[in-house]
Design a binder for this molecule. Sequence first.
Ligand SMILES: [Zn+2]
Length: 486
Amino acid sequence: MYKIAYKKIAHPIFTTPIILTAFISLNVLLAPLSSQASPSKNLTDHLSATNVILFIGDGMDEHQITMARNYLYSPKGLFAMEQMPVRSSVKVQTLREDNPKQFRHIADSANSATTLATGVLTSKGRIATAALTNHALPTILEDAQRAGYRTGIVTTASLTDATPAAFASHSPHRDCESPEEMKARHPFIPPTQQCTHNQKKRGGQGSIVEQLINANVDVLLGGGRKYFKQSVGKSSFIEQAQHKGYALLQTQTDIQGTPEHSKLLGLFSKKHLPIEWIGENYRRAKKIKTDADGHHIYPQPFTCTPNTRFKNTPTLSQMTDKALQTLSHNNTKGFFLVVEGALIDKQAHKRNPCGQIGELRAFDESISTGREFASKFPNTLVIVTADHGQAGQIVPLPESYELVSNAVTAPQYPTGYYAVLKTLSGELMAISYATNSSPKGMWEMHTGTNVPAFMEGPELKNVPVTIDQRYINNLMRQHLKLGTIQ
Ligand SMILES: [Zn+2]
């Protein structure tokens, strides 16, 4: 099996982007040559298998990428995803549930993942179902499965969370995660999207966790143990999965010890996985305070540090590696795999820049793993994209605000929540979150910008510079010869 040499380094303070760049470039250049040299017919069939790996960085717009790149590598560096040969800007489109002929201009992970999964636009909160009508929309994972491909879902969130759910279940709303959530009416969900519409006793498909257990996906790795522990009838969903032949993985050690021929259900946390990094002394962005004389008191700079709670949790890269080994094992047809870096978004909601940066770095490491696999299996299409924008912005340092304040009569200072990070190369970078006043609860909101797509693989010559998410779905369908969605 393939090895990822540089990823054993635990903290990027010990590495440099130059080493990363050189390693990836050399590897990508050399690996296909050594693969083509294989004399074995079986191995040649195996290498020509048709594969798609879709990476989704939740909330990973250009601003979030730039923030993490500046912190880790300074503006001179590049992430692995940024070294992929094809790049496009992606429009994210969201319909109104109350009038699906009109657009909203902010997406959520559910409707955005639905479009990536099905090639069809829908409304906020929906999981592979059509706006207003609630019709189930076939997903690329389901179509790939019907065509004989193996399939996999890997995420740092609960497996029942919106992005993974949209590839292998159908629900009027993302919150219908388990039988418990199906019972009551939800005050914040529109009447046409209530979970009760999907109850089995009303002819619906049931909760997301029930559908995931029955979807026959070969590899399911992520969090969400609390949902899989629930049951309808005598046995829990975990036990039902084991009856269907899934090996249950719960620790990093389980990942290393499970043979490649197994179907895998990895549940590595109660809900979402712990984050890899936190701010030193748990620091996040905060409001600027004003002293009795009217002077603004700026927060002191801080750095990011590993989160001790992450210990013994598999990294996203390790989960991706395991999924790739399992899906490609004795497989001449190929596979469809979706990998989500889920917590970039969830940490941006919490105004935690170090949480975001650590998760973006972990996501990029998993992309390196995917690219290295693709360099050995050349008929692999790798697409990296995001589902919507997030709230973090790089803004001026305190000295810039103070300079302007001295020159004008009214003092100026950053509104919203503000943090100053000391980057690994010793520079200062200020981050602002200013989409919501709430100190907690809803916290920051999504933003409505385009998101990037980075691509690598065969037949990518004519990708336009601006695309939409339906285009990505069709590109993947074309590669797997599944027919396209109009
Ligand atoms: Zn979000």
